[in-house]
Design a protein around this ligand. Structure first.
Ligand code: FNR
Length: 337
């Protein structure tokens, strides 16, 4: 990767406190192993929004993957399919969403940023429906870009030939009114809860809200018909010093009270991290940076390798903690340091 691309893919907002803490908080939990347990017929299988999955490791939406490697999103989708991993395609993908869906049968969730006009949003939704996507993952935690100092210092710009191709040619935004850049320009076009309710009424696709951190927001999402929520702080790329996701997970899980699945992302780097997230109530997890790092090193093959490692590590962690199914992973396996 060029230093500029690395600043984009690996960096976080401001001082990168949240980026670091997302990862570090996993080490504040210690596992209590169990011994002499029969492990035959063990499995990581689950069912998520009506779809059977071999394991709970999803690929998080990450923009501009052709900047990491020429294989791009289609390469990632091929690897995801080979490793039976559900992939979420970014709204800011660098390849057409139809091509990526064709490349990998497990690329079936489309991440949507609500667009400045409903017409533009519906253009994307209709394309996703027609291409066979099964769920819209609406990212709600980034109505405005974070303070990305690492990118600024590196002088990051999208290289020529890399673009958010699915957003090209959409109906334009209305001109901003008012003089405050943050509140009148960027946030004037930011979606609200009523837009989520509207979207829900416009599509037959499942609706997942990504970037939910507050228990009351999780309740509101469910009341508006969300089929799942993702506890996420965008991998520490938006609001620096935002609470690490694993720390916030139990409060959201309590508020959701089993009504819909709660997923988590941020800082997952090992199979033991996945087990810990599950022990605290996450039905599944999403992986961001490890996927694009692997893509940059060895294209689709690299992504497949990372997914294989994580699957193996999760199985090993489960076996050593006496769990031969995800349902057996509970909070009693964890001690807080
Ligand atoms: C992201 N993420 C993201 N999320 C989203 O909803 N739409 C997007 O287009 C992107 N783009 C993006 C680019 C890059 C380079 C990164 C690192 C992340 C956030 C992503 O889906 C996920 O929430 C985090 O990456 C999870 O944290 P880890 O696994 O990277 O620590």
């Amino acid at each position: 990767m060029s230093p500029q691309a690395a600043a984009y893919f690996l960096g976080g907002a401001a001082d990168e406190v949240t980026l670091q803490q997302n990862r570090a908080v996993f080490d504040r939990y210690a596992l209590v192993p169990r011994v002499l347990t029969g492990m035959r017929h063990g499995s990581t299988a689950l069912s998520l929004l009506g779809r059977p999955l071999a394991h709970p490791i999803l690929l998080a939406p990450v923009a501009y993957q052709r900047m990491a490697h020429p294989d791009g999103e289609t390469g990632t989708a091929m690897a995801a399919a080979a490793l039976e991993a559900l992939m979420v395609l970014s709204c800011q993908a660098s390849e057409p969403l139809e091509d990526v869906a064709r490349a990998g049968a497990t690329c079936r969730w489309f991440q949507l940023y609500m667009q400045p006009t409903r017409e533009a949003t519906m253009t994307l939704v209709c394309r996703a429906e027609a291409a066979g996507y099964e769920a819209l993952v609406v990212t709600v935690d980034a109505p405005i870009s974070g303070v990305r100092n690492r990118e600024m210092r590196a002088g990051f710009q999208l290289p020529e030939g890399i673009a958010p191709v699915n957003l090209q040619g959409l109906p334009p935004a209305p001109p901003p009114e008012g003089s405050n850049v943050v509140f009148d320009h960027f946030m004037a076009q930011a979606p609200g809860w009523s837009d989520i309710a509207w979207l829900h009424s416009q599509t037959r696709l499942k609706l997942v809200l990504k970037g939910i951190m507050h228990p009351e927001d999780a309740r509101r999402a469910i009341d508006l018909g969300a089929d799942a929520v993702i506890v996420s702080n965008h991998g520490g790329r938006v609001l620096d010093t935002a609470v690490p996701t694993l720390l916030q997970l139990p409060a959201v899980v309590r508020a959701v009270a089993g009504e819909v699945p709660v997923l988590l992302d941020g800082g997952i780097r090992r199979g033991t991290d996945i087990l810990k997230a599950h022990a605290l109530g996450a039905s599944a997890v999403l992986i961001g940076r490890p996927v694009v790092e692997a893509l940059s090193v060895r294209g689709a093959q690299g992504v497949a390798h990372v997914l294989r490692l994580l699957r193996d590590e999760l199985e090993i962690a489960m076996a050593l903690c006496g769990c031969n199914a995800l349902e057996q992973i509970g909070p009693e396996l964890l001690r807080q340091l």
